[in-house]
Design a binder for this molecule. Structure first.
Ligand SMILES: Nc1ncnc2c1ncn2[C@@H]1O[C@H](COP(=O)(O)OP(=O)(O)OP(=O)(O)O)[C@@H](O)[C@H]1O
Ligand SMILES: [Mg+2]
Length: 581
């Protein structure tokens, strides 16, 4: 990261996240004065301690000076403690705010944007990157304030005790600044690399856990272990690299301090001998210089904290700044549903970053309240057509209409409010059955939920679960059978009670009894609703008022089951190969 970018990012962090906590930071600045003052006081106290107590043996000072030393140390400890507490709070507030913004931004993102990045990368933004910003805000800001102040006060004390020696010490300081600058750059690069590895590691781990069954049946434990070992090792190497850069300053600083102290003892030997400096000044100076070592070291590495934090913030900001293409526009009118007629006019669509169009020149018209079926080979574009209706994607060409209104010209919330979707792969949350169904309508009463389940032929099996509607179903419904999951998702759609229903029939075959139950559930769901169903089951297809046969992204035939059996070659072959089986 170059310096101008760093500046821009730091300014943004300041303006949007830190500025509102300025009063707290001011308090910790005051406390930093306390830290600096008491540190210098400790060094200074050695001067009177030696002079009054040891040389002049002044009895009145025998108790006073030790007490003052205890006070100075206590003041330093207390100030540091409270300053840290305050900045830990500020750092955590900033983290909270960024995490909430990230969550909100992911929720508003386009399906395409979300799906083009592995979910593990998002986790890494939430956990790893945000923590880097936290370090910057809490440690970075505090160290900057307290160490600069402490260092200034200590240097002043050194000048006070002996300006010649202090000048000599100052000559060595620019070296430290120079070292710090070169370290910061390397640090930035290493941080970016380790963030990338952290992203891959979270992605990998989440897949490893989700894919546990697949791993076992294909016996790929060793393969996966090798992969994780590689990633974890590379993560370790990156951490090593970061750690090494971070402490690289230490030996150099130690050596510089050694040179300084040696040179200065040599020089002060002459000055004490000639009476130009007292032994009390010497010890106070030495203490100040030793105490200056910690803030110098901390300041020498502080730019790394800033670079690391900025690098984390940059990755987070990239997510926050992504502008969704499909978003709510407040000024758009709401969708007015009459009968729920659906029309596609010359619609073409290709997925981002693909050459071939997934669907081409689609013209379909579905009367309000009727059921239309889409049939076609796998990959023909059936799910793609369905995904355009709730505007998960927008067509590249052509328009989709509901009741003569362009769906791209009505408010997104009004559009999606009127559409229910039961998809091929069912998404359930790790919560109770009730909560999963009520997802369609968070204010639904128990009666409404039970009625929806009756409709979806789900009541019977729910009653037989140990806790009924309060049964926890596990991650993505792991504790339910395939057919049960389907019926829960249908009950959810029933509860939504929207005029348009999109149904991507699951291909997984159920036993005859469950099959019949799911079929009945679907019949109940779609009654008097405009339904577009991707049909794999013969019973669904026969019931449809209109069937569209899709081949390689184009509608090739349209009609009822009997018409198509007579006229459509593709339909006939689909029917004989797949549907009858
Ligand atoms: N997210 C995506 N990104 C890129 N290409 C995609 C994406 N989803 C689908 N495709 C491509 O678009 C084409 C149509 O896919 P679609 O999912 O619509 O098929 P389908 O008819 O629903 O098939 P199936 O019956 O197997 O579900 C396929 O060639 C597929 O490779
Ligand atoms: Mg599909």
């Amino acid at each position: 990261m170059n310096f101008p970018t760093l500046k821009v990012i730091l300014l943004r962090i300041y303006r949007f996240y830190v500025k509102k906590h300025l009063n707290k930071i001011l308090i910790s600045l005051l406390l930093s004065f306390g830290v600096a003052g008491s540190t210098a006081a400790i060094a200074w106290l050695l001067d009177p301690a030696i002079k009054k107590m040891f040389i002049e043996q002044d009895k009145s000072m025998m108790l006073l000076i030790p007490i003052t030393i205890v006070l100075a140390f206590s003041l330093k400890g207390a100030s540091l403690y409270f300053a840290r507490i305050i900045l830990i709070k500020v750092g955590n507030e900033v983290v909270k705010e960024i995490q909430i913004q990230l969550a909100s931004s992911v929720l508003k993102s386009d399906i395409h944007t979300i799906e083009s990045k592995h979910s593990g990368k998002y986790l890494s933004h939430f956990l790893y990157d945000v923590n880097q910003v936290n370090q910057l805000v809490s440690s970075g800001v505090l160290n900057l304030m307290k160490d600069t102040l402490t260092l200034s006060v200590l240097i002043s004390l050194m000048f006070y005790q002996n300006w010649k020696l202090a000048l000599f010490a100052l000559i060595v300081m620019p070296f430290a600044a120079f070292i710090a600058k070169s370290l910061g750059k390397r640090m930035g690069k290493a941080t970016t690399e380790s963030a990338q590895v952290s992203g891959s590691l979270t992605s990998f781990l989440s897949e490893m856990i989700k894919g546990s069954r697949m791993i076992k049946i294909y016996q790929q434990e060793n393969f996966e272990l090798n992969r994780s070992t590689k990633l974890i090792t590379s993560m370790m190497n990156k951490r090593n690299k970061l750690g090494f850069i971070l402490i690289r300053a230490t030996p150099i600083m130690e050596m510089l301090t050694g040179v300084m102290i040696a040179g200065f003892i040599y020089y002060s030997g002459f000055m004490i001998a000639s009476g130009e400096m007292g032994i009390n000044n010497f010890f106070s100076f030495l203490t100040a210089m030793m105490l200056a070592y910690q803030p110098i070291r901390s300041l020498a590495t502080i730019n790394m904290l800033f670079y690391q934090g900025a690098a984390g913030a940059e990755r987070v900001f990239n997510v926050l700044d992504a502008k969704p293409n499909i978003k709510e526009i407040e000024s758009y009118p709401g969708l007015k549903i009459n009968l729920g007629k659906i029309e596609f006019k010359n619609v073409s669509f290709s997925y981002p970053n693909t050459d071939e169009a997934a669907i081409k020149d689609i013209n379909i018209s579905i009367e309000g309240g009727s059921t239309a079926a889409l049939v076609g080979h796998s990959g023909a574009g059936k799910s793609t057509i369905i995904n355009l209706l709730p505007r998960f994607y927008d067509p590249n060409k052509g328009e989709v209409f509901i009741d003569e209104q362009k769906i791209s010209n009505v408010s997104l919330s009004s559009l999606r409010k009127n559409i229910s979707m039961v998809s091929q792969d069912i998404i359930l949350f790790d919560d109770t059955i009730r909560a999963n169904i009520a997802y369609a309508n968070q204010t639904a009463t128990d009666e409404q939920i039970i009625k929806a389940c009756d409709f979806a032929a789900a009541s019977d099996f729910i009653k037989n679960t140990p806790r009924g509607y309060d049964t926890l179903i596990g991650e993505n419904g792991i504790r339910l059978s395939g057919g049960q999951k389907q019926r829960i998702s249908i009950a959810r759609a029933v509860l939504k009670d929207s005029p348009v229903i999109l149904l991507d029939e699951a291909t997984s075959s159920l036993d005859a009894e469950s099959e019949e139950k799911v079929q009945n559930a679907i019949i109940n769901l779609t009654k008097n609703k405009t339904t577009l169903v991707i049909a794999h089951r013969l019973s669904t297809i026969i019931r449809a008022d209109k069937i569209f046969v899709l081949n390689k992204g184009k509608i090739v035939d349209t009609g009822t089951h009997n018409e198509l059996l007579k006229n459509s070659m593709i339909y006939k072959s689909l029917y004989s190969k797949q549907l009858s089986s």
